[in-house]
Design a protein around this ligand. Sequence first.
Ligand code: GLA
Length: 423
Amino acid sequence: MNQQRTAPTEAPPSWATAWTPAEGAARARALFRERLGHEPDGVWSAPGRVNLIGEHTDYNGGLCLPTALPHRTYVALSVRDDDRVLLTSAQADGGAVWEGRTDRLGPGDVRGFPAYTGGVAWALDHDGVLAGVPGFEAAVDACVPFGAGLSSSASLSTAVAVALDEDAGEAVSETDAGRVRLVDACVRAENDVAGAPTGGLDQSAALRSAEGHALLLDFRPGLSPAQSARRVPFDLAAAGLELLVIDTRAPHELADGQYAQRRATCEASARTLGVATLRDVDPAGLEAALDTLPDDVSRRRVRHVVTEVARVEQFVALLESPEGLAAHASELGDLFVASHRSLRDDYEVSCPELDVAVDSALAAGALGARMTGGGFGGSAIAIVPAGTEQDVARAVVRAFAERGFAEPQFLTAEPSGPAHREP
Ligand code: GLA
């Protein structure tokens, strides 16, 4: 089949397959032994994520619907009985071991890789999850594609959090309420130490997701842990579907400043509208609310957030309906497309590579496609009938080649489990 559509010389699309947990754990353990010279206390891991729908809503008190990837970050870790911190990664710093002290891991002390590892120890102490910042050693290896908008950073920080919690703390990660405390500490490390003003979507997905499910997250301030997350069935295989992830490999240097700007505009608009967060804008009164905003940019940003929260509600209602995913695949796909348009036109966080990924996947038979994550590069996702993912991927590769974009990479997202200790 499809012989005519595929030129015989065309190379197969490049696929990022996930390691098995045993392979990931063995890699991290071997790296620890090689660079740090002894056996670790254990290996912990946490997943990357895709967000199905609900983008740029977390910091607006809204709804998100992520699912965890089988691609994980593996952290081999040992607590020390002095104040030294030794950190090394197969992906960072060309094989070097970063060395620091427990009293120099907070805001202004560290950036980058040490912020997402050492900074987490600082935040866990700051939030009272740990009694003091422990000395520790960690070696990290990951199959979460780096810089692809699939939350490789949050998979790192949350794996470190469960490791320190279990190895140096009270294992609060054994309950969902405890995991919420770890989410908060990892967000603090990202905001205050790494300096990225992100919301809690990525860390919540990594710490609270469940295999075979999507996770409905509600960021309305003041909710209890039980009110803030709900598992939603998302059995793609049973519905004869696949979720194709397209890593555009587009550089996204603008991301940090642009993200902070979007957030600031939303917060200023909430103040103008007299609400705590944009979640409190009633969709029925949206047009009237928009009329009170001072400029077109604010109006479009607010319209995206309010309509996106409504799309999450519709998406979840379809998934939870008695007929479920299989019966509603095309409506779910339409919601993907509406979300992408809103992010592209109103929120202005897409880019040419993401738009081409979405359009070419749709033209090749995807039921729906949209950018996922923060945007300005990173990845798109497409719902496709099972067995067509290679054809859709080839169509995207061709569309990218025609425009002179870097070759994209693909993976398939099977809803996976949260951060935990590896056996
Ligand atoms: C990034 C941030 C998240 C979230 C998304 C957009 O992934 O880390 O907190 O805001 O962008 O939905």
